[in-house]
Design a protein around this ligand. Structure first.
Ligand SMILES: NC(=O)c1ccc[n+]([C@@H]2O[C@H](COP(=O)([O-])OP(=O)(O)OC[C@H]3O[C@@H](n4cnc5c(N)ncnc54)[C@H](O)[C@@H]3O)[C@@H](O)[C@H]2O)c1
Length: 244
């Protein structure tokens, strides 16, 4: 694997985790930009980098993306909360032949679970299995169920015709997938899909051990971008993992 010089944009919880993972995988850090003062003083250091990884703030993501486009620096965009500008940014990237990789969830393991869950839903379609989902997170998490849980539920609903929606456990009708939400301690995130029949039980479970799985996915995305132009997502990375 070729090593890259990585520009770290945003040096908060995720930026620091990405730095550790990048070094562990043999890359070097070309520069760290963590605020507007850094942009004023260090923007020229982007010229020493092969690729940038941005985990900053929703309100800074789009201007950071445009700064990387202007420097012709391939960018892995990890920041969330700028979806309203996504279509515009994709058009700008394609028109100017720049390089962008974005994902709302960079966790490699979680993306493997998405693939398995989609397959499971297709296989269960003409069977009598009843599916359910449980997700646990730390007590600070505000949304419930998590965005990841909703994505898993949507895959089940899309793949199994007898389901038309989801609802919280105990409230759901026969055509809805029940979801249980647990908020306790400092749990990093557990998602489990269970398929139950008279004969047996199948389950797929993902448990994050921290932010390192997210950092690994972002660094692998940076490695994937070498020599590419265009807009990419985790679907492209997963396809490359299966293919290569
Ligand atoms: N896509 C994913 O898989 C994923 C995973 C985790 C977090 N996130 C998202 O990543 C973002 C960062 O998360 P975090 O937990 O590291 O947040 P954080 O608050 O710990 O860090 C954000 C950092 O951005 C810096 N910053 C502020 N303005 C900046 C600018 N103009 N340029 C560069 N940096 C600037 C801040 O100084 C801070 O250090 C959030 O949007 C979060 O939702 C995405």
């Amino acid at each position: 694997m070729n090593t890259s010089r990585i520009a770290l944009i945003g040096y908060g919880r995720m930026g620091k985790e990405v730095e550790k993972m990048a070094i562990k995988r043999g890359h070097t850090i070309a520069c760290v930009i963590d605020n507007e003062a850094d942009w004023a003083q260090k923007a020229s250091l982007l010229n020493n980098a092969d690729v940038a990884i941005d985990f900053s703030l929703p309100q800074t993501a789009v201007s950071n993306i445009r700064r990387c486009f202007a420097a012709s620096l391939p960018l892995v965009e990890g920041t969330t909360g700028w979806n309203k500008d996504l279509e515009t940014v994709i058009s700008e990237c394609n028109a100017a032949k720049k390089t962008l990789f974005y994902a709302p969830n960079f966790s490699l393991g979680m993306n493997i679970m998405f693939l398995l869950n989609k397959q499971l839903a297709g296989l269960l379609n003409r069977t009598n299995y009843r599916v359910s989902l449980t997700e646990s997170h730390h007590i600070h998490k505000l949304d419930a169920p998590s965005g990841t849980a909703v994505q898993l539920l949507n895959q089940l609903i899309a793949g199994i015709e007898r389901y038309s929606g989801w609802d919280f456990e105990g409230k759901q009708g026969d055509d809805q997938v029940p979801v249980s939400v647990i908020r306790e301690g400092e749990v990093h995130g557990i998602h489990e899909v269970v398929a139950d029949s008279a004969e047996d039980i199948i389950s797929i479970r993902h448990e994050a051990k921290g932010r390192q799985g997210l950092a690994l996915g972002a660094v692998m995305a940076a490695e994937f971008l070498v020599g590419k132009k265009g807009v990419f997502t985790m679907d492209d990375l997963m396809e490359a993992l299966l293919r290569d």
